[in-house]
Design a protein around this ligand. Structure first.
Ligand code: NAD
Length: 453
C-alpha cells in the first residue's frame, strides 16, 4: 500500500517536471498568413485607394505597413501639423497630395477608404463625416473618446452601410489566432479567471515625447486640434503628449487596456460590454502635469469570467495575458504563446487526513487506491501536451489587420474588428476610468447605454 502510494506520487512529480521542461524546450514558429489570401499583384480594378487622416506616429506606422498590403494604395495624406505631411510622404515613399483639411479628402470621389489615426477626441467627428461621405474606414483604437461618441459612430456606420475596421491589430495576429484555436478546442476547460498587464518603464512608454523644434502656431492648426475640446492658448505639450490629458485621450486605459481587452474578447469570442468595473491606482512618478494615473488596475465582471487588467508605467513588464482554466493555462507573453495542461487526474487526499488516526488513514488510502488504479504510463500523455508558439522575426500584425480591412472593402465581407466590437472594447476603457476617477464601482447600464456609479 505505502509502496503503491510512493509510486503514484513519484509518477506525478515526473509528469509535472516534464510539463515545465516541455513548455520551455520546444517553440513552434507560426507561419505568417498570405495577407488574407490576396496575390502580390492586384488588378487595378481591385486596388483600394485610401487617404490617411492623421499622420503622426501611428499614421506613419500604418502608412509604412500599408506598403506590404497588396493593392492598398495611399493617394492622399492629411494632418494639422505641416511637418507630418512630409513624414507621411516619406513613410509611403511617394509624393501623395497633402492637406490640413480632411474634408478635401472626403470630397474626392476617387478615394474608397480612409485611415483615421487622429487623436482620440477627434475620432468621432472625422469618422461620422467619413461615413456620410461614403468612405470605408480603418479607425485607430480606442474607437471612442466617450461612451456617447462610440454609439454615434456605430449609428453613422450602420446608416451609411460602411465597412469598418477598428485598429486593435492583435485581433489579426497569427499568435492570437493560435490562442483562439486552443481556447476554442476546450483544452483549457472552463476559464473563469483572466489576467492581463502591459507594463513599461521609460519616458517614451510614459508618453513624454520630445517636442519638435519647428512646432508653433504657424506650423500647427491649433484651433482645429481643439475642436470638440475646451479652448486654450497654444500648448505644444498638449498637442504632442495628448494621451496625458482627459480632453483628448483616455490615459492608460485608452492606450493599452484596449489592446488587452480586444485580444481577450477576440480569443474568448466575447462581443459584449463588461457588466461592472472596479479600479485602483495612482499617479506616483510621472508628475509632469498629466491628468491620468501612471498605474491603474481594473477588475471587470463578465457573465462567464472575471478579468484583472493592469498597466504600470513604473516597471518594465511587457505585454501579458493569461487564461486560467480548469484543465490548463494559456499565457501570451509578448510574441510567445504557451499552453500548459494541468494534471486533473483524481488524487488521494493527503493534507486533511493528517488529522486522522493512522488506522483510518491507511484504510482510506487503501480503498482510494483500489478504486483508482494507476494509469498505464504508456497511455499517460499529460507531460507531452505542453505547447509553445512564437511569431517569426519581423512579423507584423499591423499589415495583417490592414489586409483584412482591404479585403473587406473589396468583398464587402465582415472585418475582424467592426464598429460593434470596437465600441464594446472602448467602453471597457471608459468603465475603468470612470471607476478610477469616481472611486466607485462602474456599472454598465445596457438599456440606457450609459455608465452608472
Ligand atoms: N493600434 C495601435 O497600436 C496604436 C498605436 C499608437 C497609436 N494608436 C492610435 O492612433 C491614433 C493617433 O495616435 P498617434 O500616436 O499617432 O498620435 P500623434 O499625436 O502622433 O498623431 C495624431 C495626429 O492627428 C492629427 N490630427 C488631430 N486631429 C486632426 C484632424 N481633425 N485632421 C487631421 N489631422 C488631425 C494631429 O495633427 C497629429 O499629428 C490615436 O487614436 C492612438 O490611440 C494606435
Amino acid at each position: 500500500m505505502a509502496n503503491n502510494s510512493w509510486t503514484r506520487r513519484r509518477f506525478m512529480r515526473i509528469g509535472t517536471g516534464a510539463i515545465a521542461a516541455g513548455a520551455a524546450a520546444k517553440v513552434t514558429l507560426l507561419e505568417p498568413r498570405p495577407l488574407w489570401g490576396f496575390a502580390q499583384i492586384v488588378a487595378p480594378s481591385d486596388t483600394v485607394r485610401f487617404a490617411s487622416i492623421g499622420t503622426g506616429v501611428r499614421g506613419c506606422e500604418l502608412l509604412e505597413a500599408s506598403l506590404r498590403v497588396p493593392g492598398f494604395e495611399c493617394v492622399a495624406v492629411c494632418d494639422l501639423y505641416d511637418s507630418r505631411h512630409l513624414a507621411a510622404q516619406e513613410a509611403v515613399k511617394k509624393n501623395a497630395p497633402a492637406t490640413r483639411n480632411y474634408k478635401e479628402i472626403l470630397d474626392r470621389k476617387d478615394i474608397d477608404a480612409v485611415i483615421i489615426a487622429v487623436t482620440d477626441h477627434q475620432h468621432r467627428k472625422v469618422f461620422v463625416d467619413a461615413c456620410a461621405a461614403g468612405k470605408d474606414i480603418y479607425c485607430e483604437k480606442p474607437m471612442s473618446h466617450t461612451v456617447d461618441d462610440g454609439f454615434a459612430m456605430v449609428e453613422a456606420a450602420r446608416k451609411a452601410n460602411r465597412m469598418i475596421q477598428i485598429g486593435s491589430q492583435r485581433v489579426s495576429s497569427i499568435l492570437y489566432a493560435k490562442a483562439k484555436e486552443i481556447y476554442d478546442s476546450g483544452k483549457l476547460g472552463d476559464v473563469f479567471s483572466i489576467e492581463a498587464y502591459w507594463d513599461r518603464n521609460s519616458a517614451s512608454g510614459a508618453w513624454v515625447y520630445p517636442i519638435p523644434p519647428d512646432a508653433n502656431e504657424q506650423t500647427i492648426d491649433w484651433n482645429a486640434f481643439l475642436d470638440g475640446a475646451p479652448k486654450r492658448p497654444f500648448d505644444p505639450v498638449r498637442f504632442f503628449r495628448w494621451r496625458c490629458f482627459t480632453d483628448y485621450g483616455e490615459g492608460l486605459a485608452g492606450d493599452l487596456f484596449v489592446h488587452l481587452i480586444s485580444g481577450i474578447h477576440f480569443i474568448t469570442g466575447t462581443n459584449t460590454i463588461a457588466q461592472r468595473a472596479q479600479s485602483t491606482g495612482g499617479l506616483f512618478r510621472w508628475k509632469d502635469g498629466r491628468e491620468f494615473p501612471d498605474l491603474i488596475e481594473t477588475f471587470y465582471d463578465y457573465p462567464n469570467f472575471r478579468i484583472a487588467v493592469r498597466c504600470n508605467l513604473n516597471s518594465e513588464g511587457g505585454e501579458f495575458i493569461a487564461f486560467y482554466g480548469t484543465k490548463g493555462t494559456m499565457i501570451i507573453k509578448d510574441t510567445t504563446l504557451t499552453y500548459l495542461p494541468q494534471d486533473t487526474r483524481p488524487q488521494p487526499e493527503s493534507y486533511s487526513i493528517y488529522g486522522w488516526p493512522l488506522q483510518l488513514r491507511e484504510a482510506y488510502l487503501q480503498t482510494w487506491h483500489a478504486e483508482h488504479p494507476l494509469p498505464s504510463p504508456l497511455n499517460f500523455k499529460v507531460d507531452e501536451q505542453a505547447e509553445s508558439y512564437a511569431t517569426p522575426k519581423g512579423y507584423s500584425d499591423i499589415a495583417d489587420h490592414q489586409a483584412n480591412f482591404c479585403n473587406a472593402v473589396r468583398t464587402r465581407k465582415k472585418t475582424v474588428e467592426n464598429e460593434d466590437f470596437g465600441n464594446n472594447a472602448a467602453i471597457g476603457c471608459h468603465l475603468a476610468n470612470y471607476a478610477y476617477f469616481n472611486k466607485a464601482i462602474a456599472t454598465w447600464d445596457s438599456g440606457a447605454k450609459k455608465i452608472k456609479g
